[in-house]
Write a protein that binds this ligand. Structure first.
Ligand code: ADP
Ligand code: MG
Length: 394
């Protein structure tokens, strides 16, 4: 990796500000319902405490929009972190100011402090220099382990990095290495699977992948717009009429580049996207005018699966159907299993795609599931992420 990591700097005895992504879901009572993101930050935190750093953790949670909001406090996160770490975690009620400074001054070597939600201050998302300066005053260096926010230039990941030496944590390193590897030096054949709701969300990703992959398999809602461009009728399906021409151009570009592009050959249709709608499988040239396409069909799962068998690298972004509803989850689950069974390097980007792979129960058999929804998409577009760009070069 071209960026410095925690291993490349001396952290012993230093006050280390660590930007983590503790943006976890909370239930009505304020308990953490999924601690995946907290667990994902443990290797970096444990390394730093082991190296006798004074660890100052900072994160956002939810969208409190620059105001203090008790439902978005990080106390429950601190409690869960303490359990997972098996060591005390001190928590303060703000992320800047005198009391915070005092808590930092009291930190011994190997101690851990969690600051309050960064987004209680408008300066975080606005990347205000004054706010960044106040955060930076708390530490000697910055470790950024929050890949999930790396596509945003905020004070805690970009502003502070202008003021302190900034390096990657282990999670950040893994994300950049894995996503970078598939874009930069993929073993071939390299196959991409794209799905999700809309073409318009993913144009940048398709554009970038088209120049790199050997085959592109398309499903999900976005396939409808491609099917329309290929001359099929899509009934009442989700369709972006203003993107049909673009989809046609992408199909044309794929042909010119010799990139194999696979569209669904059969689909699951129903009169409505509802879990108890009556649904059936039809060939792609026989979609009833009153129905919606809500999943890829079994024949398509088979074809896509066959294409995956010979692949050495597979990137997947976007569910292939409305996987949140049982009747329309089979395509997504079938492809998730095909990926799990594959010997290829398999990389998943996108928040809903990661959830779908979890739901399919095969997460442990995927090479890398990105923890950054929007950030992984920006990365796959080939864009430089501000939070990554701000880190020191090796
Ligand atoms: P990701 O978060 O992985 O990037 P997206 O947000 O682009 O994925 O897409 C996920 C959404 O796409 C899901 O909510 C799913 O229900 C929806 N979707 C998939 N296929 C269809 C379809 N045929 N019609 C309507 N919505 C679909
Ligand atoms: Mg999504």
């Amino acid at each position: 990796m071209a960026k410095k990591t925690v291993r490349d700097v001396d952290v012993s005895g230093k006050r280390v500000l660590v930007r983590v992504d503790f943006n976890v879901p909370l239930d009505k009572e304020g308990h953490v319902t999924d601690d995946t993101r907290i667990k994902a930050a443990l290797p970096t935190i444990k390394y730093l405490t082991g190296e006798k750093a004074r660890v100052i953790l900072m994160s956002h949670l939810g969208r409190p929009k620059g105001q203090v909001n008790d439902s978005y406090r990080l106390d429950a996160v601190a409690a869960r972190l303490e359990q997972l770490l098996g060591a005390p975690v001190r928590k303060v009620d703000d992320c800047i100011g005198e009391q915070v400074q005092q808590a930092v001054d009291e930190l011994g070597e190997g101690d851990v402090l969690l600051l309050e939600n960064l987004r209680f201050h408008p300066g975080e998302e606005k990347n205000e220099a004054g706010f960044a300066r106040q955060l930076a005053a708390l530490g000697d260096l910055l470790v950024n382990d929050a890949f999930g926010t790396a596509h945003r230039a905020h004070a805690s990941n970009q502003g502070v990095a202008q003021l302190l030496p900034a390096v990657a944590g282990f999670l950040m390193e893994k994300e950049i290495t894995m996503l970078g590897q598939v874009l930069g030096s993929p073993s071939r054949p390299f196959v991409a699977i794209m799905g999700g709701a809309k073409v318009s969300d993913k144009i940048g990703v398709i554009d970038n992948l088209l120049t790199r992959v050997d085959a592109l398999l398309i499903g999900g809602g976005m396939a409808n717009t491609f099917l329309k461009a290929a001359g099929y009728e899509t009934g009442k399906s989700l369709l972006e009429p203003d993107k049909v021409e673009l989809a046609g151009q992408l199909l044309q570009r794929a042909r010119e580049k010799g990139v194999e592009m696979l569209l669904p050959v059969d689909v699951v249709v129903a009169p409505a996207a509802s879990p108890d709608a009556s649904f059936r499988v039809v060939p792609v040239n026989a979609v009833p005018g009153d129905d919606m396409i809500l999943d890829i069909g079994p024949e398509t799962v088979q074809q896509f699966g066959d294409r995956l068998k010979g692949a050495a690298t597979v990137v997947w972004n976007g569910p292939l159907g409305v996987f949140e509803m049982e009747p329309f989850a089979r395509g997504t689950i079938g492809i998730a299993r095909a990926l799990a069974d594959s010997n290829a390097v398999t990389v998943i980007g996108g928040g809903d795609s990661a959830a779908a792979v979890e739901k399919a129960g095969v997460a442990g058999r995927i090479t890398h599931i990105s923890t950054g929804g929007g950030a992984s998409l920006k990365f796959l577009e080939g864009k430089e992420l501000p939070g990554v760009a701000a880190l020191l070069d090796k």
